[in-house]
Design a protein around this ligand. Structure first.
Ligand code: F6R
Length: 243
């Protein structure tokens, strides 16, 4: 795993944007896997900025998001569909039909999961995947458990995740209890993974994920086996890796 240490969040975001733009340059119809949450916001700002300067076009790329809350529709301000529109899609030249996010409003979870798997298959899998990590070691919303779940599934969010994500909601009780998430197989099959880590509060879990045993109890630990991961992190998030 290549590790890129950055002095701050801005440098991390800018380095990640360099790679995304370089990959789009090589392959204008790239399939880009996207994450939400706080960590990639700076990357999305950088991409919008570079689009504004005319150095990159997203016209032909296709995107596939990692996850969505069950019960929230694209007009709910806390949904990931809404997040993607307001933080990236409405500011760049991407074709809305080329963007894919699980439909949180589809209560039939089996049909939603197989539909999303079919979308991923139709796209031929992900070329470049952006990933963050949860405090409990989740990637996407693949929560700790006793098995790696390969494909899209409905997952019960852990108390730790609900606690971490309550900041985006008015009340803790408003945080959905379930989400749809891309499975570990499809994340792992991405040809390149850009793994972003920011904040001192992630230092412990990143050490566990990269230096500890490979186990579904720490879903991100599977990345130890991937041959093309670039970990781009703030120094303070990576400070326990050397111990
Ligand atoms: C969101 C996602 C999650 C987040 C993780 C970290 O699409 O896939 O795995 O990357 O929960 O979230 P932040 O960046 O808010 O700390």
């Amino acid at each position: 795993m290549e590790i890129v240490r950055c002095r701050d969040y801005e440098e991390m975001s800018s380095k990640a944007a360099d790679i995304v733009c370089e990959e789009i340059g090589k392959r204008p119809d790239l399939v880009l896997g996207l994450a939400t949450g706080s960590t990639p916001l700076g990357l999305y700002r950088e991409l919008i900025d570079r689009y504004g300067k005319g150095t990159v076009s997203f016209k032909k790329i296709k995107t596939v998001n990692l996850d969505e809350y069950v019960g929230l529709g694209e007009d709910d301000a806390q949904s990931y569909a809404y997040y993607m529109r307001s933080n990236l899609f409405s500011h760049i030249d991407i074709a809305p039909g080329n963007t894919h996010i699980p439909d949180g409003k589809n209560a039939d979870h089996e049909s939603e999961c197989s539909k999303y798997d079919a979308v991923i298959d139709e796209l031929g899998g992900v070329d470049v995947q952006i990933l963050g990590i949860g405090h409990d070691g989740h990637i996407g919303f693949n929560e700790p458990g006793n098995a790696f779940i390969p494909r899209t599934h409905r997952v019960k969010l852990t108390e730790e995740t609900i606690e971490a994500n309550k900041r985006f909601f008015e009340r803790r009780a408003d945080v959905p209890k379930f989400a749809y998430t891309m499975g570990i197989r499809d994340i792992f099959r991405a040809r390149k993974i850009i793994f972003l880590v920011s904040g001192k509060d992630k230092a412990g879990i990143i050490r566990e994920a990269l230096k500890g045993p490979i186990t579904p109890e720490v879903p991100a630990s599977i990345l130890q086996l991937h041959s093309n991961v670039i970990l781009i992190g703030e120094d303070k998030a990576l400070e326990l890796l050397d111990e």
